[in-house]
Design a protein around this ligand. Structure first.
Ligand code: ADP
Ligand code: MG
Length: 149
């Protein structure tokens, strides 16, 4: 079983900051599978991840683009939204399997939709909306013990 770290955040800024800190953990080809409902804070967390990796451009939800590429930091970050992905052929057509071997970090929103296509060693970040601005963020399979929320 993968080691698990649980954090609680009280604002979007705190979630973004956690993402910034977690950006120290990934290595080339790390896959981070995000789970959580609409509005949980997945995109917010990935924004911090991008900054923590050293990408200082704009980050947006890849709702329509399916994948956004944030290049220029310590590692390239590929930010996916799998909400509309329904089949392996969809995955092939967006080049997903090439991204897996690209040496970058993959942050995948709506990873629930592609569970069977995720590598076995994929890390997982689950975000649940506890109330108003409170989010519980559970991180599995990434070494994040060096910092606190
Ligand atoms: P998702 O990508 O999971 O659909 P977003 O990151 O786009 O979610 O949006 C999260 C929403 O929740 C934003 O409107 C943000 O302002 C709000 N929010 C409130 N509290 C938090 C928190 N602690 N962490 C992250 N987002 C929060
Ligand atoms: Mg999102």
């Amino acid at each position: 079983m993968k080691e698990e770290f649980v954090f609680t955040t009280n604002s979007p800024d705190e979630t973004e900051n956690l993402g910034k800190n977690v950006a120290k953990a990934p290595s080339p080809n790390t896959v981070i599978a995000f789970k959580g409902d609409l509005g949980a804070g997945k995109t917010c967390f990935v924004r911090g991840l991008a900054q923590g990796l050293g990408f200082f451009g704009e980050t947006n939800s890849p709702t329509f683009s399916i994948v956004n590429e944030y290049i220029g930091g310590r590692l390239p970050l590929y930010h996916f939204d799998m909400y509309r992905i329904e089949s392996w052929s969809d995955l092939y057509s967006i080049g997903f399997f090439d991204y897996l071997e690209n040496g970058g970090v993959l942050a995948i929103e709506w990873s629930e939709n592609i569970e069977n296509a995720l590598p076995e060693d994929a890390a997982e970040i689950s975000i649940t909306n506890e109330s108003d601005n409170i989010r519980k963020i559970t991180i599995r399979g990434l070494c994040v013990e060096d910092f606190s929320s």
